[in-house]
Design a protein. Sequence first.
Length: 103
Amino acid sequence: MNTPSIRPLPNCLVKQVAEESNEVPSRIPDELESLREWIKKQNHLIARTDDQFLVAFLRACKHSLERCKERIDSYYSLRAAIPIISHDRDPTHPYFVELFIKG
């Protein structure tokens, strides 16, 4: 198992991240491998699988693989359904102007 290629956390955040996101550094390689295998089996997803990207999802989901899978699926489904959100971020675009007006 390879060492994950992720930016190291500052020392002042290591304990906080471990407590708040249930992170156990020794489990990260297995979690990443599980996510990559799951992504490969999802024919509808064309997803990034780099370590840093997947660890961000793991931390956001408190290292729950099932919640992480749901969030990744939702993330890419939303990007596919509403491409303007991820491809054209011009705040003067009529779509965004309307969103801002409606609040």
